[in-house]
Write a protein that binds this ligand. Structure first.
Ligand SMILES: NC(=O)C1=CN([C@@H]2O[C@H](COP(=O)(O)OP(=O)(O)OC[C@H]3O[C@@H](n4cnc5c(N)ncnc54)[C@H](O)[C@@H]3O)[C@@H](O)[C@H]2O)C=CC1
Ligand SMILES: CC(=O)N[C@@H]1[C@@H](OP(=O)(O)OP(=O)(O)OC[C@H]2O[C@@H](n3ccc(=O)[nH]c3=O)[C@H](O)[C@@H]2O)O[C@H](C(=O)O)[C@@H](O)[C@@H]1O
Length: 461
């Protein structure tokens, strides 16, 4: 399904998306012919892959970003999002054939589009949801909204946001009401590093409209975007809740694993052996303990409930957050035990940290445990070295000595800790460090000729 044909899709006559008089087949054909222009607001790690797939399918997409360098890069067919298999070629292709363009003028893009897809960051202000970027995008979309438009919220938001924030904001600015335009929550269920695969259909696509027509149109559109099923929920709030619940499930279950790791250390049991065997029960899905939970998703989403709806007792969510947020400090305590067990006395051991990003093969540092471990370790008087091929800006890591990847094997260290499982670390000569390794992300192969420990694993007593 592409937007190619005798006439470039972008030159196709424009028609409404939100149109109860149109049959499913008419809407589907119009979308595939590029007659329903799409604007995607936010061309980041998630927005660019999404815009590229939309463009590959319908041939008529305008990407909008506030970052001029992003707009310039994408306009030239370039791809600023790294380590996404297939994305550079797809972006180059859809831009080359005029299926995708980019602009920093959100209102002009909104005026020209019939479908508006919001994929901007949704963050926290303390423990409260911060939807300022969504509201900024809505100001522009509202200014360019036309009857027959559909607004799609792909970024993760607290449940009820589409109904209680998006629709009223659009109505206030545009003077239109639902029934003249539609809105649907269609949350992105994608992971960095596999974005195209995920957008195209790794999981069913969840869509939930603020009314039946919004749900119908969103279902038709995403039926062409994904090769997987489209699950239409009762309403937008349910679709938003699905996404947030997925993230909360993950955060709480990582906390269970981290809590069990604490017991395993006391029991002198390897928690990972116990988890692996426990998970042979179909009802058991105990996650993996580690040095902490980062990224702008999993540590954030619990507050899209606890912070957004304080009237509800969120004891479990807060307890899980507390357990996960305690892991960087616990990791430092484990490192100190490891140094002690290996007779490294003295008050200034040298520790090499591998990976400051929140997980393997991503550059994101938000809420990452690595920087916390580095700071806590430095505070004990240790000399902290660190390497991370994904991190370019080291200004925030004062007191941490950066080690270039090509100099790793020449470091004289007392201990090594793997805090993010980047592929670049997999082939290191671990024996050459001649030091114990705390493998926080289960990166090392089994047969390493070095003392290897894990969070919650067996430790020398
Ligand atoms: N990163 C991930 O793994 C996933 C993220 N999500 C959701 O997607 C949202 C976006 O995530 P990312 O793409 O990773 O963020 P990102 O930070 O990589 O990209 C966001 C982009 O939006 C642009 N932007 C900010 N305000 C804007 C505005 N008002 N109008 C137009 N563009 C604007 C920024 O310049 C940036 O290029 C997240 O907040 C999250 O809710 C969902 C699934 C996975
Ligand atoms: C429910 C779910 O699996 N959500 C995924 C998640 O992706 P994200 O990039 O945040 O990575 P992640 O694998 O969840 O890891 C988050 C954090 O938790 C840690 N982590 C993860 C799993 C685990 O068993 N133990 C653990 O300590 C990771 O090291 C990382 O620091 O959040 C994404 C999102 O919503 O942004 C979502 O699209 C992804 O599918």
């Amino acid at each position: 399904m592409t937007g190619e044909g005798t006439m470039r899709a972008v030159d196709a006559p424009r028609r409404a998306a939100y149109d109860p008089s149109a049959s499913d087949a008419e809407l589907r054909e119009a979308f595939l012919a590029g007659e329903i222009p799409v604007a995607v607001y936010g061309l980041g790690k998630m927005g660019l892959p999404l815009a590229a797939v939309y463009a590959d399918v319908c041939g008529n997409v305008t990407g909008v970003d506030v970052d001029e360098s992003v707009v310039e890069t994408v306009s030239g067919g370039g791809c600023h999002v790294e380590r996404e298999p297939g994305l550079p070629d797809l972006v180059a292709d859809v831009v080359d054939r005029g299926a995708l363009s980019a602009t920093s003028d959100p209102v002009a893009a909104a005026r020209a589009a019939s479908v508006h897809v919001v994929m901007v960051p949704t963050l926290l202000d303390g423990h409260e949801p911060d939807l300022s970027t969504v509201e900024a995008a809505l100001e522009s979309i509202g200014a360019g909204l036309s009857p027959g438009d559909l607004v799609v919220v792909e970024c993760t938001v607290p449940p009820r946001t589409t109904r209680d924030v998006v629709v009223p904001t659009l109505a206030r600015i545009s003077g239109l009401e639902v029934g003249e335009f539609g809105a649907a929550a269609c949350p992105e269920r994608t992971s960095s590093g596999r974005a195209l695969e995920d957008v195209r259909g790794a999981y069913p696509k969840v869509v939930g409209g603020v009314d039946a027509e919004s749900t119908r149109v969103a279902s038709i559109i995403y039926g062409e975007i994904t090769s997987n099923d489209v699950i239409a929920t009762t309403d937008a709030a349910t679709a938003e809740a699905v996404k947030v619940f997925e993230g909360v499930y993950r955060d709480v279950n990582i906390a269970v694993a981290n809590q069990l790791a604490r017991y395993a250390e006391t029991l002198d049991v390897d928690v990972n052996e116990a988890i692996e065997v426990a998970n042979t029960q179909p009802y058991c899905d105990i996650h993996t303990p580690g040095p902490g939970v980062g990224g702008h998703c999993i540590p954030v989403y619990p507050y899209f409930l606890a912070g957004a709806f304080p009237e509800v007792d969120a004891g479990l969510l807060h307890a899980a957050r507390d357990v996960n947020d305690s892991m960087p400090e616990h990791t430092v305590a484990l490192l100190e035990a490891m140094l002690d067990a290996h007779g490294v006395d003295g008050d200034a051991p040298t520790v090499l940290l591998l990976g400051l990003a929140y997980r393997g093969n991503v550059a994101e540092l938000r809420y990452s445990p690595g920087p916390v471990v580095a700071r806590e370790l430095a505070a004990t008087g240790a000399r902290v070295l660190a390497a991370d091929p994904f991190v370019d800006d080291w200004t925030e890591f004062e007191g941490v000595e950066r080690v270039p990847m090509d100099l790793l094997d020449s470091q004289n260290v007392d201990a090594v800790a793997v805090l993010a499982g980047h592929d670049e670390f997999r082939d290191l000569d671990w024996a050459a460090f001649d030091a114990p390794v705390m493998d926080g992300r289960f990166l090392l192969p089994e047969d390493v000729d070095a003392p290897v420990y894990t969070v919650g694993g067996r430790w020398p007593r």
